[in-house]
Design a binder for this molecule. Structure first.
Ligand code: CP
Ligand code: NVA
Length: 310
C-alpha cells in the first residue's frame, strides 16, 4: 500500500487502511526520535513550501521542524507577500511551485482554493487548515488517542461546541473511518454540513462506529472516554463572535461537566484555546488534560505524512 504522490486535502480521500498506515509510520518515527534518532533523512534534499493565509503556531512550526528532521528544506510564506496577494491565480501559483518544490502545505480561508491548487499541482498539496477541514490535526489526534488508550475501536469521543467547524468535521470523518464512536454536542445549527455527515455515515457503516448528535451537554458526555473542544469563534468568523459565544456558552467544558464522563476520561483541544470560554483553566490545566502531548504529536504525525506522501 502506498499513498505517495496523493494530495492530503481531507480524510475522505483516504481508506481506513491508508490512515492506519500513517498512524503506524508515526509510531515508528516517534519511537526512533525518542531512541535518539533526531534526524531521519527520508526526505533528504527535498523542499516543502508552506503558504499561510491565516495565522498559525503549531501547524507551521511542526511542519517546519518535521521537514528538517527528515533531512529536507522548508520555505514558509504569507499568502499576501506572494503574488497571490496581488491577484495571481491559485492555478498559476500551483503550476509555478510544482517546478520548484516537492510538496505544498497551504492554510486557506476557502477550501475551494486548495482543490484548485491540487488540480494544477504536480506535487502533493497538504491542507494545513481550511474553512471546512483540518485533516492533519484530526489524524494526529487519532494517534494521540491510540497512544493514550491503546485502541480506537469502540471508544466514545464527545466533541462539544461548534460541531460545524473544520476540526469537528475532520474528527467526524477520522473517527468513523477508524471505528471510534463520536458524539457531537452542539445546537442544531452548529452541526456538521450534511455532505460531511453523509460521508461519515458511509464510513461508519463499514467500521461499525456510531454517530450521535446531542443538544444536551451533560447527556452527551455520559460514558465519554474523550472530551474534545475547540474555539467557538474560528479564524475568519470574528464578526459572528457575539452570537456564537451566546449560542455555545452552555457547551463550555468545565469540571462539573468532565466529572459526568468516565473516571479515566481525557480532555483534548487542538489549540489555541480561548480559556474561560470553551474550556476553563481547571480543565485544560487539570489531570484530565493531555493537550501538550496532543500538540507534540503533530510533529511526529506530520513526519509520517510527509515521508509517505513526498
Ligand atoms: N491546532 C493548530 O492547528 O494550531 P495552529 O493554528 O497554531 O497551527
Ligand atoms: N477551528 C479553529 C482551529 C484552529 C487550529 C480555527 O479554524 O480557527
Amino acid at each position: 500500500m502506498s499513498i505517495r504522490g496523493k494530495h492530503f486535502l481531507w480524510l475522505g480521500d483516504f481508506t481506513s487502511e491508508e490512515l492506519e498506515l500513517i498512524l503506524k509510520k508515526a509510531k515508528e518515527l516517534k519511537l526512533r526520535y525518542y531512541a535518539g534518532e533526531k534526524i531521519i533523512p527520508l526526505l533528504k534534499g527535498k523542499t516543502l513550501v508552506m503558504i499561510f493565509q491565516k495565522p498559525s503556531t503549531r501547524t507551521r512550526i511542526s511542519f517546519e521542524v518535521a521537514m528538517k528532521q527528515l533531512g529536507g528544506f522548508t520555505i514558509s510564506l504569507n499568502w499576501y507577500e506572494m503574488q497571490l496577494g496581488r491577484g495571481e491565480t491559485v492555478a498559476d501559483t500551483a503550476r509555478t511551485l510544482s517546478r520548484y518544490v516537492d510538496g505544498i502545505v497551504a492554510r486557506v480561508y476557502n477550501h475551494k482554493d486548495l482543490e484548485e491548487m491540487a488540480k494544477h499541482s504536480n506535487v502533493p498539496v497538504i491542507n494545513g487548515l481550511s474553512d471546512l477541514f483540518h485533516p492533519v490535526q484530526a489524524i494526529s489526534d487519532m494517534f494521540t488517542i491510540l497512544e493514550k488508550k491503546g485502541r480506537l475501536q469502540g471508544l466514545k469521543l464527545v466533541f462539544l461546541g461548534d460541531g460545524g467547524n473544520n476540526v469537528a468535521q475532520s474528527l467526524l470523518i477520522a473517527s468513523t473511518k477508524l471505528g471510534l464512536n463520536i458524539t457531537i454536542a452542539s445546537p442544531v445549527k452548529y452541526r456538521p454540513r450534511q455532505e460531511v455527515i453523509k460521508i461519515a455515515e458511509e464510513a461508519a457503516q463499514e467500521s461499525g462506529a456510531e454517530i450521535v448528535f446531542e443538544e444536551v451537554p451533560e447527556k452527551a458526555v455520559e460514558n465519554a472516554d474523550i472530551i474534545y473542544t475547540d474555539v467557538w469563534v474560528s479564524i475568519g468568523q470574528e464578526k459572528e463572535a457575539k452570537e456564537r459565544v451566546k449560542d455555545l456558552s452552555k457547551y463550555q467544558v468545565n469540571v462539573s461537566l468532565v466529572k459526568k464522563a468516565k473516571k479515566d476520561v481525557i480532555f483534548m483541544h487542538c489549540l489555541p484555546a480561548h480559556r474561560g470560554q470553551e474550556v476553563t483553566d481547571e480543565v485544560i490545566d487539570g489531570p484530565w488534560s493531555i493537550v501538550w502531548d496532543q500538540a507534540e504529536n503533530r510533529l511526529h504525525v506530520q513526519k509520517a505524512i510527509l515521508s509517505l506522501l513526498l
